[in-house]
Design a binder for this molecule. Structure first.
Ligand SMILES: Nc1ncnc2c1ncn2[C@@H]1O[C@H](COP(=O)(O)OP(=O)(O)OP(=O)(O)O)[C@@H](O)[C@H]1O
Ligand SMILES: [Mg+2]
Length: 460
């Protein structure tokens, strides 16, 4: 086994016990033991080392007073500690103890138990605490309402700022619900046009026969029902930014009109002959694969090249690592007041499920699931089942410690790979192992190696 730095484990007993568990041997197993004689003392350790992660043993063998739970909860919910309860077997029938373990602990052990077993269990709690975002890193709304600190999001912020400095058309690619509209608004806000209009049109949400008049406006009498002149979205955006969402749904005749406007700088309203000159900066977006639409003859290649001068890519949520939890915590803060009871955070199973779920609806789906869970939750922590992620999670619950280790190892590798867009060298660095070790682990778990470990899946 490779040598690794000592990991910290806090020990706290809620009430005096007949004897503390045999903890001396933990040091030999690589643990740095810190005893705390009160919850404030535990809090002091956690607050004093926001950059460190801790396993924490909560000794319940002397019992605990359920009235103390409100005071204990913030400490038990701290994101930099993973708690393991120590109990006597007969205590597991007591509902307050069962609930405390369910809501706040990664696991429990019945004492006495062999130190090796204890070390393995607290190792898992420590590992799970290591997956949570650093409390001090959580900086909601620091980037134009966009939450995210992972490398792909940081790269996106840089690209957004650079795009804002030019007038060139920007195309934003990304799966549904990844935040394309937020990104478009951010470009506008940072551009020289920020005090002029931002007009958005969702080309997929308007009936095909109306898109032309919605975009370009119409003259009185242009068609039945056109009782007076109507100004279109392009004119509304004069001197500002026009955001063409779901551009892949733009009908072919509108594509031709839009292309002409982009080339000539003017257009005519439907039913009109007067050329109208408008100064707009165009940002477009779609979740569809425009290149595929071009190949199928559903999108004009010349328009694509006009729109896609600068191309930005919104990463899917499943590749954003700890940002998933940051976004979930932000949504929880936002919608906390809609629930019946005070919710303090997410249970370990919810955190695990959020990290393993694929998130086809991306950030929008995450926000909706958290909002629903706030209303449905019965406990103080949101569980995987409150978020309707339980099926995905329970189907892979391990039976033995060996399986648990394998599941945790696989999950950590998969997350590191996603976070680093399948660049093995970066994923290995994140995991604290060499690239060769990562190859070996992937082989052991039958994980597919990326076709090209140096390819940048998100590059334009
Ligand atoms: N990084 C983020 N931080 C906080 N909220 C976000 C982030 N990204 C997206 N959201 C929120 O998720 C929801 C969906 O975002 P948005 O409408 O911008 O996505 P989209 O990519 O345009 O989706 P669609 O493809 O369905 O049009 C919005 O409520 C938005 O505020
Ligand atoms: Mg959108």
């Amino acid at each position: 086994m490779s040598a690794q730095a000592a990991r910290d484990v806090i020990y706290f007993a809620c009430a005096p016990t007949d004897g503390s568990p045999t903890l001396q041997g933990l040091a030999a197993l690589g643990w740095n033991l810190r005893r705390a004689d009160s919850m404030p003392a535990v809090l002091k350790i956690l607050r004093g080392h926001p950059g460190l992660r801790f396993a924490a043993l909560l000794d319940l063998r002397g019992g605990f007073d359920a009235r103390d739970l409100a005071a204990m909860a913030p400490v038990l919910s701290a994101s930099n500690a993973g708690w393991v309860a120590c109990v006597q077997p007969d205590q597991l029938t007591q509902e307050p103890i069962r609930q405390l373990i369910r809501d706040y602990c990664y696991d429990y052990v019945t004492l006495p138990c062999p130190e090796l077993v204890l070390s393995t269990v607290i190792g898992h709690a420590y590992g799970m605490a290591s997956l949570s975002p650093r409390a001090l890193d959580v900086a909601p709304d620091s980037n134009d309402g966009m939450i995210g600190e992972c490398p792909p999001m940081r790269a996106l912020y840089r690209a957004l700022r650079k795009s804002a400095l030019t007038q060139a058309p920007v195309f934003i690619a990304g799966e549904t619900g990844t935040g394309k509209e937020l990104a478009a608004q951010a470009i506008h806000r940072h551009s020289s046009r920020h005090d002029q209009p931002f007009a958005a049109i969702n080309c997929g949400a308007i009936a095909q026969n109306l898109v032309q008049s919605e975009l370009f406006g119409y003259e009185r009498g242009a068609f039945t029902g056109a009782q007076q002149r109507k100004i279109g979205r392009i004119e509304h955006a004069h001197r500002g930014t026009l955001f063409l969402d779901e551009i892949g749904d733009l009908p072919l005749d509108c594509q031709a009109s839009l292309l002409r406007f982009l080339q000539e700088g003017y257009f005519e309203r439907v039913g009109g002959h007067e050329p109208i000159r408008v100064d707009v900066r165009i940002i477009s977006a779609t979740h569809q694969d425009l290149r595929a639409l071009i190949a199928e003859g559903r999108f004009r290649a010349d328009l694509y090249h006009r729109l896609c001068v600068l191309r930005l890519e919104q990463p899917p949520l499943r590749e954003r690592g700890d940002d998933i939890l940051r976004l979930a915590e932000n949504a929880l803060q936002r919608y906390a007041s809609e629930g019946r009871r005070v919710i303090r955070g997410f249970s370990p199973c919810a955190i695990h499920a959020m990290h393993t779920y694929e998130w086809p609806g991306n950030v929008r789906e995450l926000i909706n699931r958290v909002r629903q869970a706030v209303v449905m939750a019965d406990g103080r922590l949101i569980t995987a089942s409150d978020m309707h992620l339980a099926d995905e999670h329970t189907s892979m619950l391990p039976q033995t410690l060996e399986e648990a280790r394998n599941v945790a190892e696989c999950a950590a590798i998969q997350q590191a790979l996603r976070r680093n867009r399948h660049r093995l060298i970066d994923a290995a660095r994140d995991l604290g192992v060499s690239r060769v070790t990562l190859y070996r682990l992937m082989e052991r778990h039958n994980m597919r190696r990326p076709e090209s470990e140096t390819s940048d899946a998100g590059a334009a």
